[in-house]
Design a protein around this ligand. Structure first.
Ligand code: UDX
Ligand code: UDX
Length: 452
C-alpha cells in the first residue's frame, strides 16, 4: 500500500517514521507546505528532537520513507491519507481563544477532493472537535466525481520526548469509522497496518464520534490530574506538607495510580490547553454550561500555578527583582524535546521581565531565536541573555530557577554555581527535580513547588 501523510510536524513525522520502520511492505510519504521543514527531514539534523528518532528515520529514509513538498502527487498515489496538520486555537471571530481553527484541515480536505483520482481512505490524525469528520466527509463528497472516500478517526496519543517509545509500544491504538460495510472495511485496512507491530487486543475500534471525543477526554483527564495536584501544592506550601509525599501516598492507591501526579510550575505543550479549551467550547455549543465551567477550571488552575510561581519568587526575593540577574534553566515545556509551545517558562520569564529582572536562559535543545520569538523580544533586546551552558547563565545571578526537568540539571555542580552567585543565593525548583536539603547545606535558600 501507499500511505501519505499531510503535515510533517511533531505528530506526523514520528508517526510515519514508525509506520515505515515497522511495515516494510508499504511506502510512506510525508508531505508539508513548509519547504524548509521538509529539507530538514531530508537532512542530517531533523527538525524535531526526539530520543531514538534519528535512527528510525535514517534506516528507512529514501527506501520506504520519503519527505516531500509535492503534495498533489503524494495524494494521487496514496491508498491511505493521514491528515496531521496543526489545529491551533482560533485567534479570531466566533469562538476566538477556545474553538479549534480548522482552516488547515479544511484546506487538506479540499486538496484531496481536487486531486484524488480513485477511492481513498482519509484518516484524521490531528486532534479535532467532535463531528469534524462529518464536515470533511461533506467537502469530499460534494466533489466526489464517482470516487469513494472513507473517513477514519485515528487520534495519536504519543507524548513528546517519548514519542518513539510510545509509538513502538502504545497503550492502545484507537480507530473510529462508519459502522457500515465500507466503513468497517476501511477500519480493517488501518487495523492491518498497526497490527504489524501492535497486539490486536490493543487496537480499539469505535464509531467516529467516540474516537474523536476520546482523544479530547484523555487529554482533559491527564491535565486535570496535574491541575489537581498543583492545587494541592499551594495548600502544601501554606501548611508545611510536602506535595511529593502527598502524591506518593495517594498514588499507591491502585484506583488513583502513581502517574501524572508530579506537581510542577504548570503544564505546557501544544495539546492540553488547546484541547480543553476546545472541549469547553463544545460543551457551551451544546448548551452544557456547567460541564464547560468544570473543565475550564483545569485551565484556570494551570494559569494560577504559572503566575503563582512568579509571585513567590518576587516575594521571597525581598519583593523586588528589578535589576537582579535571574538564571533560568530549561525553557522547553518538558524534558527531551525542543518544543516550547505553551511552555510554563514563557509565562514565568514574561512575568520577571515585566518586573525588570535581567533574565539569562539556558536550555540544552531550544535555539536562541525560538526563545526570543516566544518572549516577543527583538534580536537586540537586552532584558534577556541566552547562554550556552548552566554555569554561564548562573554567573553573578541572584537566583536560579529550574523550569524544565532536564536530566543534565541533576548532574550540575551546585557548589560551583553557588560560589559564583550573589548572596543570598536563591534557588526555585519549578519541577521538584533537586534535593533541597543538599542545596541548603551548600548555602542556597532553596524552595520547590509544594515544598517548604
Ligand atoms: C499535531 C496535531 O496535528 C494536532 O492536532 C495536535 O493537537 C498537536 O499535534 P503537530 O504535529 O504538533 O500537530 O503540529 P506541527 O508540528 O505544527 O505540524 C503541522 C505541520 O503541518 C506543519 O509542518 C505545517 O507546515 C503543516 N501544514 C499545515 C501543511 O502541510 N499544510 C497546511 O495546510 C497546514
Ligand atoms: C500530551 C499527552 O500525554 C499525549 O497523550 C497527547 O497525545 C498529547 O498531549 P505531551 O503534551 O507531549 O503529551 O506531554 P506530556 O508528557 O503529557 O506533558 C504535558 C505537560 O504536563 C508538560 O508540560 C509536563 O511537564 C506536564 N506534566 C506532566 C506535569 O506537570 N506533571 C506530570 O505529572 C506530568
Amino acid at each position: 500500500m501507499k500511505i501519505c501523510c499531510i503535515g510533517a510536524g511533531y505528530v506526523g513525522g514520528p508517526t510515519m517514521a514508525m509506520i515505515a520502520h515497522k511495515c516494510s511492505g508499504h511506502t510512506v510519504t510525508v508531505v508539508d507546505i513548509n519547504q524548509s521543514r521538509i529539507d530538514a527531514w531530508n537532512s542530517d539534523v531533523l527538525p524535531i528532537y526526539e530520543p531514538g528518532l534519528d535512527e528510525i528515520v535514517k534506516a528507512s529514509r529514501g527506501k520506504t520513507l520519503f519527505f516531500s513538498t509535492d503534495i498533489d502527487t503524494a495524494i494521487r498515489e496514496a491508498d491511505i491519507i493521514f491528515m496531521s496538520v496543526n489545529t491551533p486555537t482560533k485567534t479570531y471571530g466566533v469562538g476566538a481563544g477556545r474553538a479549534a481553527d480548522l482552516r488547515y484541515i479544511e484546506k487538506c480536505a479540499r486538496k484531496i477532493a481536487e486531486v484524488a483520482e480513485n477511492d481513498k481512505i482519509v484518516v484524521e490524525k490531528s486532534t479535532l472537535p467532535v463531528r469534524t469528520a462529518e464536515s470533511i466527509k461533506r467537502i469530499l463528497e460534494s466533489n466526489s466525481k464517482g470516487r469513494k472516500f472513507q473517513i477514519l478517526s485515528n487520534p495519536e496519543f504519543l507524548a513528546e520526548g517519548t514519542a518513539v517509545a510510545d509509538l513502538e509500544n502504545p497503550d492502545r491504538v484507537l480507530i473510529g469509522g462508519d459502522q457500515t460495510p465500507d466503513g468497517l472495511a476501511a477500519i480493517q485496512k488501518l487495523v492491518d497496518v498497526y497490527a504489524q507491530w501492535v497486539p490486536t487486543e490493543n487496537i480499539l475500534t469505535t464509531n467516529v464520534w467516540s474516537s474523536e471525543l476520546s482523544k479530547l477526554t484523555a487529554n482533559a483527564f491527564l491535565a486535570q490530574r496535574i491541575s489537581s495536584i498543583n492545587a494541592i501544592s499551594a495548600l502544601c506550601e501554606a501548611t508545611g506538607a510536602n506535595v511529593d509525599e502527598v502524591a506518593h501516598a495517594i498514588g499507591t492507591d491502585s484506583r488513583i495510580g502513581p502517574k501524572f501526579l508530579k506537581s510542577s510550575v504548570g503544564f505546557g505543550g501544544s495539546c492540553f490547553q488547546k484541547d480543553i479549551l476546545n472541549l469547553v467550547y463544545l460543551c457551551e455549543h451544546f448548551g452544557l454550561p456547567e460541564v464547560a465551567a468544570y473543565w475550564n477550571g483545569v485551565i484556570e488552575m494551570n494559569d494560577y500555578q504559572k503566575h503563582r510561581f512568579g509571585r513567590r519568587i518576587i516575594s521571597t526575593m525581598f519583593n523586588t527583582v528589578s535589576d537582579k540577574k535571574i538564571a533560568v534553566l530549561g525553557f522547553a515545556f518538558k524534558k527531551d524535546t525542543n518544543d516550547t509551545r505553551e511552555s510554563a517558562a514563557i509565562y514565568v520569564c514574561k512575568d520577571l521581565i515585566e518586573e525588570q529582572a535581567n533574565v539569562s536562559i539556558y536550555d540544552p535543545k531550544v535555539p536562541e531565536a525560538q526563545i526570543r520569538r516566544d518572549l516577543g523580544l527583538a534580536e537586540d533586546a537586552t532584558a534577556v541573555t541566552i547562554c550556552d551552558d548552566a554555569y554561564e547563565a548562573t554567573k553573578n545571578a541572584h537566583a536560579v530557577l529550574i523550569l524544565t526537568e532536564w536530566d543534565e540539571f541533576k548532574a550540575l555542580d551546585f557548589k560551583k554555581i553557588y560560589d559564583q552567585m550573589n548572596l543570598p543565593a536563591f534557588l526555585f525548583d519549578g519541577r521538584n527535580l533537586l534535593d533541597l536539603d543538599a542545596l541548603r547545606s551548600i548555602g542556597f535558600e532553596a524552595t520547590g513547588i509544594g515544598r517548604g
